[in-house]
Design a protein around this ligand. Structure first.
Ligand SMILES: Cc1ncc(COP(=O)(O)O)c(C=O)c1O
Length: 380
């Protein structure tokens, strides 16, 4: 792993997050007020003609004060130059892939959020984008897949749902040695910049489903793209303001408010997850636990399918629901839910079986969560 340090003048992540939106309001409001206007007055014709979209406002598809504050905060947290806030994680995936043209090749890790595969498939069918996968093991095997048509290498780490960590620095170095023009794009939804800053490891673009840890309260859908290269920023900006999958002011306000507590939330998610992993490792019903050591996401195999049904039907504190990263603990069965669109053979190869469960450990008391799993497994 790269020991990529932040530069000395940079504020620490906790400070950047806590200060999100403060000092932004012209009237001095500490919590940036919500701007619900869809459009903004031009003071003069001259200013309308010389409109600067990075400073001023004209129409909310282009920008709003709330969205801009979110984008600025996320660009700082991820160590990039520019952020884009979108209406969902999938809108962020779409923006990140918008640089592809017919005949280009995309290579992705084989263990990703299932919706990504659905979209890669769509691009293959409708836009003639070639698509190949890498199993995350030998980097030499990834390099062997690169061709002159390869435009993007797509990673999600830890992988989803089998929690394998990929060395971003090693991948980015090998890919850029092959061709510096290939963009390495990392979905950082699970770790967030608190545990991993892909751009400092050599990646070109970071994306998030902000629906998860960044917003953290199971109350909004959002997506984020952060970029460091200005040329790429221009390409993305045109697509972004044209297609209009932008995050509205209200959700931007909620997201900004949530970012302020990101560091403490992530620390507590990890603490709770570690306690649950200790319990699961010795629970007689559990075959195997997959946990990378930090973060709030834990996958585990139960020994019997009947135990799966019992657990999912009888949890009382933990909610049987899709999604992750919020205060409330959620449990899902990726085989039937988040990864239902991954071909059966691929699910089998990856170990996404009907006995694999994925737990998003929330911020409840860890003992209560453990008691809940115990009582659900013992339910008769
Ligand atoms: C890792 C990851 N990336 C992207 C997405 C897509 O995000 P959204 O549901 O906000 O569109 C998800 C959704 O679950 C996800 O888990």
């Amino acid at each position: 792993m790269c020991e990529c340090q932040k530069n000395e003048s940079e504020l620490s992540l906790a400070t950047i997050a806590a200060q999100a939106g403060n000092h932004e309001d012209e009237r001095g409001a500490v919590s940036l007020p919500i701007y619900l206007s869809s459009n903004y007055r031009h003071p003069t014709l001259k200013e309308a003609i010389n409109f600067d979209a990075t400073k001023n406002y004209t129409y909310s598809r282009l920008s709003t004060p709330n969205r801009r504050a979110v984008e600025k905060t996320l660009a700082s947290l991820e160590g990039g130059t520019t952020g884009f806030a979108l209406s969902s994680g999938m809108a962020a995936v779409q923006l990140a892939l918008s640089i592809l043209k017919t005949g280009d090749r995309l290579i992705s890790l084989d263990d990703l959020y299932g919706g990504d595969f659905r979209y890669f498939d769509y691009l293959k069918k409708h836009a003639g984008i070639e698509f190949d996968q890498w199993n995350g093991q030998k980097i030499s095997e990834l390099v062997a897949k690169l061709t002159s048509d390869t435009k993007i290498v797509w990673l999600e780490t830890p992988s989803n749902p089998t929690m394998k960590e990929i060395d971003i620095h090693a991948v980015a170095t090998a890919v850029h040695e092959y061709d510096p023009q290939i963009k390495v794009i990392v979905d950082n939804t699970f770790y967030t910049p608190i545990y991993q800053r892909p751009l400092l490891e050599g990646a070109d673009v970071v994306i998030h489903s902000a629906t998860k840890y960044l917003s953290g309260h199971n109350d909004l859908l959002g997506g984020v793209v952060v970029v460091k290269d200005e040329k790429l920023v221009d390409e993305y900006y045109d697509y972004y303001i044209t297609t209009g999958d932008t995050l509205d002011s209200f959700d931007s306000w909620l997201l900004l408010r949530s970012l302020k507590t990101l560091k403490v939330r992530m620390a507590q998610h990890t603490k709770n997850a570690q306690a649950i992993v200790e319990y699961l490792k010795q629970a007689p019903e559990v075959e195997k636990v997959l946990y990378p050591g930090k973060g709030g996401m834990v996958s585990f195999y139960l020994k019997e399918e009947s135990q799966v049904e019992r657990l999912l039907n009888n949890v009382k504190v933990i909610t049987f629901a899709e999604s992750l990263g919020g205060i409330e603990s959620l449990i899902t069965i990726p085989y039937y839910q988040t990864h239902a669109d991954v071909p059966v053979k691929q699910r089998q190869r990856l170990g996404i079986t009907t006995k694999l469960l994925r737990l998003s450990v929330g911020l409840e008391d860890a003992d209560d969560l453990i008691k809940d799993i115990k009582q659900a497994l013992a339910y008769r």
